[in-house]
Design a protein around this ligand. Structure first.
Ligand code: FES
Length: 116
């Protein structure tokens, strides 16, 4: 059995910009994500971390998947469908690890920090 430190981790930013509705950004559905992680038993395979600022505020709302040394970044999540796709992505990570498929709806949201 994997210990918790060896699990993939999904960092969902909910901080100064991400999720800040006063700045006009889509609210991060923190409770919905936590409930899905628990109810759908994702918590045994993928850590859910509701994080402080990840450093790319201009791309609000940012989520980063860390799986081993690999990091995958997505930004500009601004709908219920985007966050539902994050849950779908987590299921794929739980099943396929680094071979997980990013849901199509999230592909246009990929970014590389080196390009920012
Ligand atoms: S507040 Fe989310 S990246 Fe800065």
């Amino acid at each position: 059995m994997k210990d918790i430190d060896s699990l993939a981790s999904m960092y969902v930013c909910d901080s100064c910009c991400c999720g800040n509705t006063e700045k006009g950004h889509y609210e991060v559905p923190v409770n919905k994500l936590k409930i899905a992680w628990k109810k759908e038993e994702l918590d045994k395979k993928v850590n859910l971390i509701i994080s402080n600022c990840l450093g790319y505020c201009s791309l609000h709302n940012v989520t980063m998947l860390k799986n081993g040394s690999k990091k995958t970044w997505i930004g500009k999540l601004n709908s219920r469908e985007h966050f539902e796709a994050v849950i779908t992505w987590a299921h794929s990570v739980a099943e396929f690890g680094n071979k997980a498929k990013l849901p199509n709806i999230l592909v246009p949201h990929l970014f590389l920090p080196s390009d920012i």
